[in-house]
Design a protein around this ligand. Sequence first.
Ligand SMILES: [Zn+2]
Length: 485
Amino acid sequence: MSRGATAKRIKDGTYTPLPVWLTNQSWYQNFDFIFHYHYPHISTEDPMKIAFTESPEKGMADIQTQMKLTRYLTKYLPPGVLTNEDIEAIGGRFLAQFDPESVVLLTKPEDIAAAYIGTAKQCDRSGRHSYGGLVSCMTYHTEYFNLPVHPVSVYGDHGQGIDGTGLVVWYACHSTNKPDAPRNVVARSIVGGLGTDSPYYIRIYAESTQLEHAFAARLKELGYQRRRHLQDAKLAAILVPNSRSDYVMPYVDGDVQRVNLKRASEATGLPAHFVVTDYGEHTVGRINGSIFAGDEDEDEDEEETFYCPHCEEDSPAEGSRDVVVRFTPSDFRTVLRTWCASCVENDTFRCEATDLVCDIDVGYRDVRSDPAGDDSITVAEPHADRIAFLCGRTDQWYHRANFNAIAVRVSADCTEVWCAEVNTEHFTRHPYTGEYVSNDFTDYDPQKHGGVTLVAGGTANTAVVTLTGIGYTITNTAVSQENTL
Ligand SMILES: [Zn+2]
């Protein structure tokens, strides 16, 4: 079987391609010409491994080589492209997709908080392992919120009847080299209805669309139904120290973002707690980690005002909210300011990738997110740089989870990043060098531009070719017509 046939099997679905989060990484793109010759895909015999065509001879004989992804990358990538740690991390992510046993329900509040904070650590370090999906307004360290516990600690089992919610997480596999290393969370969702006949999940955060679908399927297997809100869920009422009426409260996922405070009751035997309900008094769509839940008469003492730093006026507290005025570029933390309702209304936008409400001056980009349609989402500019890419041909932004960025040679000394899916008619993959070449670049010379050197001429029926940089030599008579110089 020729490589073309392998490619066809990947295209027609017989073979599962490698996940997009892997193939859209820049090193993968840079060495695409190696992968082009191998057509690596997920092994049909063992999904924990990949399979590929090792050589043209084996390809002709339809022999696919099975290998662990980590071993494959170590063997075929030139040294120095990735560190051993990088390769381990990539291997862990890859395995996580096919290890349903690493989906775990957490109900201890401190475990739930740790899972969120773990995500924050992962994303803050260098951005390298971050693909956007898991960054949200709650993935910060506890100190960031200036609270005694992390806001998401209101979920989980608090005893005394305050239970029923939790967090289901999908951990990446342990690194085989470092079994004690902290495990990365690759997908998560708050769940409710625990201990009842109908447990449910709310909203999935995942590192990629594939993981999101796989996670949804796994949640279904585990008996969770999809629900749009946490209606009737009980959340712990944790008073902020030195406050009479401020309570710890995260941004609550789902369509119902209101709660009522239920005082401790002898009749029910329940301690003070919050109930999520669509006619609730207090909104829980705030991202600073707490809410004010005072009694009605306490509220009426005075009409609350505060100094709004945006309009620089004393403004009603009602309707005010925290707005991201800046992202720090080094670690992508947010700088928040509380703005009055009218400033929020007039000068902010909501980043649809993070759910953060941002100052219009932060800037935003329209990122195309759906290959099937024209849908685009509004994404804060600093975040767009992390989850999307700018196509040099269409001048539009595309979400990395759903579109592939490829390097296309547009002239003798220039390549551009293009979106593969929307430009299919405008480039051709050179059959010989594997390079993507713009159809407008008609003077393309594979010997000059494709990293290919002819080291011996051969005869009419044989050619000896070395692809520089990968040490891959074709010396045979089996080079097909299309591959002959
Ligand atoms: Zn204002």
